[in-house]
Structure formats: structure tokens, C-alpha cells
Design a protein around this ligand. Structure first.
Ligand SMILES: [Zn+2]
Ligand SMILES: [Zn+2]
Length: 291
């Protein structure tokens, strides 16, 4: 994560904190996570995996992130720093405390294992944490590998056609599940945003990506009102599967989407949607122990 992005995110956090007193705690916590990125700002995140241009039309996904060897050792300082951030600011799991104390020669294996647990859960293969990795440790490994994954998938991401591409509900780059939707450009094209590699891809606007339902009368939105609540966020609901997911209308606010910050900023919708009987879409929910 580069300095410019960190600084933009900090500006947004400062603005949100003024408007939304209820979000202070998670916003402060994310700010501390950004400090960890800032202090471990490596310049080399590895080479991108570059599929040939002929592969653009599939098959998808291009990459099996759960089997990819990333530079775990290069990510170790950031991983350690993030473990420390969790230990100092939230109720940290025992395996996070253990991970923070891991010797240098063993740390790559710890990060790889936790990251693979995160990916397999995110790809819908298994939502259950394994015996030795809690969701919190898996989430920390995701945070630590974010810049490396971003660099690795850049070449594959560039092959996507976000004008006319036809993609499924899972990420065409890595097979991950969607963390949220975004409405983009004047036309309000809908993109899904990957919870693992953060790629966004074109998806049909009037289809529930969770169950495939395309009946317009059964697809709805929940909006929130209240002091400081931003109108760019909705919870998109489906009557058929009774699930909801977060949607950001980027036309109403000009900022670069960040899946972790959007999860915090739209947290109030989670409560509203669940009160109305909808279940959250699978995937991580935010910066707390319940992700
Ligand atoms: Zn992905
Ligand atoms: Zn549905």
C-alpha cells in the first residue's frame, strides 16, 4: 500500500470520524493498521503473474491464490507489525500471540498456512477455520499479504474487460468471493469486488450474485438515515435467498474504494439488514473478531 493511498485513507477516516461518532473505535483501529503499512513500506512486492493475452476469455479464474507461493519472508515484518497492532488494540487470539513470537526461520510457514486458510474460506471451499488457525490470524495474514497479492494479480487483472466482459459471481482473477458491490461510472455499471485479491469485475446489475435470482421485484435495497450517514452505501437484498450484501455507489462519492474501510463505513447497514431478517453474504465482515 503506497504512501498516497495511506494518506487518502487517513483523510477519509478523519472525515468519517467527525460525521460518525459510532464508528470511532473501528476507524481508529484501521488507522493503526494503516500505520503498520506505513512503517513497513517495502518497495518490492514481487513479480506479477502474467497470463498470455489469449487467456483473457477464460477459463477463469486465472490464478489459484491458495496454491501460489508469494514472498512470505518479505511480508514477515508487516505481518509481525500487524500481529502487534491486534495484540495491543483488540482481544487477540492465542495463535496471534504465538505467531508474533515465531522465530524468523519459521515465520514464512506460519504466514503461508494462515493465508491459505483465509483463501480457502474466502473461496467458499470451507468457512470453518482449521484447528490451528483462528479467523483472526487468517485475517491478519490477508492484511499482511495484501500488497503482495495486489502486485501478483496485476497482470491478470489487466486482462479483464470491464466494458463487455461476461463474468460469474466469483472473481475471474483468483476465484474469491465478492466482499461487496460497487456501482461505477455514469451508467451505473455494477462491479463485484473480490474479498481476496480486491479486483473488481463487471457483473449483471439485476442479478443476485449469491443465488442467481433475476426477478426484479424480489431484489431490493435498504438505505439508512441518520446524522452523518452517507447515502452512497446501501444493503442490496434478495427475497429469494434472504441474504444481503454491501453496495457502494461510487457516483455519489469520489474516493478510491477500500474494502476494509467500506466494511466499517457501512456497518450500520449490517444491523438494519439483519433486523429485517436478511443474513449476511458469506465472507469477512470487518475489523473485529467476528470476521
Ligand atoms: Zn480475486
Ligand atoms: Zn439471492
Amino acid at each position: 500500500m503506497n504512501k498516497e493511498k495511506i494518506s487518502d485513507l487517513k483523510t477519509r477516516i478523519a472525515q468519517l470520524k467527525v460525521a460518525r461518532e459510532d464508528l470511532r473505535e473501528p476507524l481508529d483501529f484501521y488507522s493503526k493498521i494503516l500505520d503498520a503499512y506505513d512503517s513497513c513500506d517495502a518497495s518490492d512486492f514481487g513479480e506479477p503473474f502474467a497470463p498470455p493475452a489469449a487467456a483473457a476469455k477464460g477459463p477463469y479464474p486465472f490464478i489459484a491464490l491458495g496454491e501460489t507461493e508469494l514472498d512470505w519472508n518479505a511480508a514477515a515484518p508487516l505481518f509481525r507489525s500487524l500481529c502487534k497492532t491486534f495484540i495491543e488494540n483488540v482481544e487477540a487470539e492465542e495463535d496471534v500471540e504465538r505467531a508474533a513470537e515465531t522465530a524468523d526461520e519459521d515465520i514464512a510457514g506460519v504466514i503461508r498456512n494462515a493465508f491459505r486458510v483465509f483463501i480457502s474460506a474466502g473461496a467458499g471451499v470451507s468457512a470453518e477455520p482449521t484447528e490451528e488457525v483462528t479467523p483472526q490470524l487468517a485475517f491478519i495474514s490477508f492484511l499482511a499479504m495484501r500488497p503482495f497479492v495486489d502486485a501478483y494479480v496485476a497482470g491478470a487483472r489487466a486482462l479483464l474487460d470491464n466494458e463487455d466482459g461476461v463474468y460469474e459471481a466469483v472473481c475471474p482473477v483468483c476465484g474469491g468471493i465478492a466482499a461487496m458491490s460497487a456501482l461505477v461510472r455514469e451508467e451505473g455499471h455494477r462491479h463485484l469486488v473480490c474479498s481476496a485479491c480486491e479486483t473488481s469485475w463487471l457483473y449483471k446489475r439485476t442479478r443476485c450474485h449469491l443465488c442467481g435470482n433475476e426477478e426484479p421485484r424480489t431484489l431490493g435495497y435498504i438505505m439508512a438515515e441518520g446524522p452523518g450517514v452517507e447515502d452512497c452505501y446501501t444493503a442490496a437484498t434478495c427475497e429469494k435467498c434472504k441474504q444481503y450484501h454491501r453496495m457502494l455507489d461510487t457516483r455519489k462519492k469520489k474516493f478510491e474504494l477500500d474494502i476494509a474501510l467500506e466494511a466499517i463505513a457501512a456497518a450500520h447497514l449490517e444491523i438494519l439488514a439483519q433486523r429485517e431478517g436478511y443474513s449476511p453474504a458469506p465472507g469477512w465482515r470487518g475489523l473485529d473478531n467476528s470476521n
